[in-house]
Design a binder for this molecule. Structure first.
Ligand code: UT7
Length: 324
């Protein structure tokens, strides 16, 4: 039994935050941002919940797949910016879609959210527990970004991407996966949910430390080993080599990481998809947003083999090989 990708969708808030706008907010400049990250602008949600971005991306993916919400068995949402501890974003989407036969839950794997969701979706299919699955990654990172901290506020953006996966008897679909985590490096990318306290014994202070802290260069070093490890292992498990892959669709964290992978595998740069210039780093949403852009522009075609790869908070990392 295979797990085939039959539809994609995405939704980006309209409001743009350009490098020029950031120049007037923090001590930074367009040249530094472009050279060190490849980012020119990112999208920022305004009075919009994560579930609203997720819902629209999910609706678009279902329309692309020509599948009704009623046919869904599972809705998975990868997010680190849920609107509530409960209900989950996935349950809110399930309710709004009227997906009355689906179970629904969120998955927290930060920038590896999409590939982790693929792993879970594929496992449900292979266990015979689900036939039609909606995977959505949605983030409103602007809600946890400190817009006085130049080391993070130039990087992150908001957005959502989605994919519909379906059990298939053919050989297409998810050919292999490889997922890992290294929690010893968790401090490198951190955003607190709740403070530790004695709720009965102390004055409960207003919770102020809501912002994301990132040790960017440590994560950069981590990716230099983790990303090739994930790609090599996923390729090996699929019995394939890099030259047999049509597209490398990696988490859009930094164009220098994408260039590093292009050089390491001796790839044609046109095979490594890049859209970080428009959207910045949207965490787990970046890979499905790329896939949707590629599908809508006709670049992603049936029969192609692609590598998808995520890495980030946790720290987590992983890759999958998919035949479209
Ligand atoms: O998506 C989840 C996982 N996250 C990642 O994968 C992020 C990976 N890391 C990165 O993408 C990069 O480390 C960053 C883009 C975050 C930072 O780039 P870097 O080349 O590692 O810069 P750095 O942190 O080593 O800083 C170099 C210099 C410093 O100044 P000094 O100490 O050399 O004088 C920083 O203070 O650049 C300075 N700097 C800035 N300058 C202008 C840091 N941020 C900015 C800024 N504008 N926005």
């Amino acid at each position: 039994m295979g797990t085939k990708l039959i539809g994609t969708g995405s939704y980006l808030p309209e409001r743009k935050l350009t490098n020029e706008m950031l120049e007037s907010m923090v001590d930074t400049n367009n040249e530094w941002i472009q050279k060190r990250t490849g980012i020119a602008e990112r999208r920022i949600a305004q009075h919009t919940a994560t579930w609203e971005l997720a819902l629209e991306a999910g609706r678009r993916a279902l329309a692309d797949a020509d599948l009704s919400a009623d046919a869904l068995d599972l809705i998975l949402v990868g997010t680190v910016t849920p609107d509530y501890f409960t209900p989950s974003v996935a349950c809110m989407v399930q309710g709004k879609l009227g997906a009355s036969h689906a179970m629904a839950f969120d998955l927290s794997a930060a920038c590896s959210g999409f590939v982790y969701c693929l792993e879970v979706a594929d496992s449900f299919v292979k266990a015979g527990k689900a036939k039609n699955i909606l995977v959505i990654c949605a983030e409103t990172l602007s809600r946890i970004v400190d817009y006085t901290d130049r080391s993070t506020c130039v990087i992150f953006g908001d957005g959502a991407g989605a994919a519909v996966l379906q059990a298939s008897k053919g050989m297409d679909g998810i050919l292999s996966t490889y997922m890992r985590a290294d929690g010893t490096l968790g401090e490198c990318l951190k955003a607190r949910a709740l403070p530790e306290e004695d709720p009965l014994g102390e004055t409960r202070d207003a919770h102020t430390d809501r912002f994301l802290h990132m040790a960017g260069s440590e994560i950069f070093r981590f990716t230099a080993a983790a990303v090739p490890e994930a790609i090599d292992t996923a390729l090996g498990r699929a019995g394939m080599t890099a030259d047999q892959i049509d597209w490398f669709v990696l988490h859009q964290a930094n164009v220098r990481i994408l260039n590093m992978i292009t050089a390491r595998y001796g790839l044609d740069p046109d095979k490594v998809y890049v859209n970080i210039n428009h959207f910045g780093n949207t965490s787990g949403a970046s890979v499905p947003i790329c896939l949707d852009e590629m599908k809508k522009s006709g670049q992603l075609q049936a029969g192609q083999s692609i590598v998808v790869c995520g890495f980030g908070g946790g720290l987590t990392y992983g890759a999958a090989v998919i035949r479209i």
